[in-house]
Design a protein around this ligand. Structure first.
Ligand code: ASP
Length: 339
């Protein structure tokens, strides 16, 4: 049986071609993708293309576009077996993370991919990324989708979307998932690590919750930083602090006063690490005790992208009961390792 895949084209380098006369990149009409890439006709699935009217550089993508994609998927959920989103690489991890929180009880594959070189470039990585993503998006066994979560496929690796970060602007191998194993690898065979795949624990049906608040701020601390400046930002509902190592910060009276002042003002403080691998462990060093004292929330081993979009989704979400802290601490869809 031929599986049906909805391909949503949002923009990014993947949909560009090089003008060899001028040397510059220009977007091509994506509805002609089957002519540009006749290989797509050979794949054992039926593909429908839904392009954004105006292709976007992914630095222009945000909550509005995340909601738009989530709505496309929700609207077409019953009519398609899988969803493939072509996206610029710069903010793909943010979109993948946001979608993972918005698409509840997903039982079909949602794959994001893009490329470092345009599809029309001789040395492009776009074709392999696109073709193999289509395979993963239409992979079923015993009438059940093998992948039932939001993933990124890039340069032979299938990764959990909300565990990824873009770490290279140069190499084809642009994404990492430092705190969660690779879900699948494409070599001679398309390999899947079934033990690592996410399965929703709920019996409930799929639905979309596209709540996103923008009252979230992210700050990376650095030696010598004046934390007191935070007092000048009045409307901060959530502050995500990216701190040192396993959760340390300069242990001064001013740090204590400022963070306590923020908490007294009602600001939720989430702590994530500047280290790409590993995570937060409150209480390991004296210089992390302040966080437990003021009731800060540990982001454990979440990526910054995931912590930010999770906070945006959970904050003042009318569909969640309980406190922000309790909801943030829960493992919603495999974004955090909680023991
Ligand atoms: N600036 C581009 C984007 O993120 C880069 C890319 O697609 O690789 O849209």
């Amino acid at each position: 049986m031929k599986r049906k895949v909805l391909l949503i084209y949002t923009g990014g380098t993947i949909g560009m071609e090089k003008d060899y006369d001028t040397g510059s990149l220009r977007a091509f009409d994506f509805s002609n993708i089957f002519e540009k890439m006749p290989e797509m006709n050979l794949i054992e699935c039926e593909i429908s293309v839904q392009p954004f009217k105006k292709p976007l550089d992914s630095s222009d993508m945000g909550p509005k576009e995340w909601k738009k994609i989530a709505k496309y998927i929700a609207k077409n959920y019953d009519s398609y077996d899988g969803f493939l989103i072509l996206h610029g690489t710069d903010t793909m991890s943010y979109t993948a993370s946001a979608l993972s929180f918005m698409l509840k009880n997903l039982r079909k594959p949602v794959i994001l991919t893009g490329s470092q070189l345009p599809i029309g470039d001789l040395r492009t990585d776009a074709k392999e990324n696109l073709l193999t993503s289509l395979y993963y998006a239409s992979l079923y066994e015993n009438d059940e989708a093998v992948i039932q979560e939001v993933t990124i496929y890039f340069e032979y690796k299938l990764l959990r979307g909300n565990r990824t970060l873009k770490y290279s602007a140069e190499y084809f191998d642009a994404y990492q998932s430092p705190n969660y194993p690779i879900l699948g690898q494409s070599g001679v065979h398309l390999n899947i690590e079934k033990d690592f795949l996410w399965r929703t624990r709920s019996d409930a049906d799929f639905y979309m919750d596209d709540h996103i608040s923008q009252e979230v701020l992210f700050w990376r601390i650095f030696p010598g930083m004046h934390l007191e400046h935070f007092a000048e930002i009045p409307k901060m509902k959530v502050l995500i602090l990216q701190v040192f190592g396993s959760g340390t910060i300069f242990n001064t009276p001013k740090t204590q006063q400022t963070l306590q002042m923020l908490r007294d003002r009602g600001t939720e403080i989430v702590v994530v690490s500047q280290c790409v691998s590993g995570g937060i462990s409150f209480g390991k060093y004296t210089n992390s005790n302040i966080f437990s004292k003021i009731g800060a929330i540990s982001g454990y081993d979440m990526t910054a992208e995931s912590a930010i979009t999770k906070a945006m989704h959970v904050l003042e979400n009318p569909n969640y009961t309980g406190s922000f802290a309790d909801n943030f601490a829960r493992n919603l869809c495999g974004e955090v390792t909680v023991s």
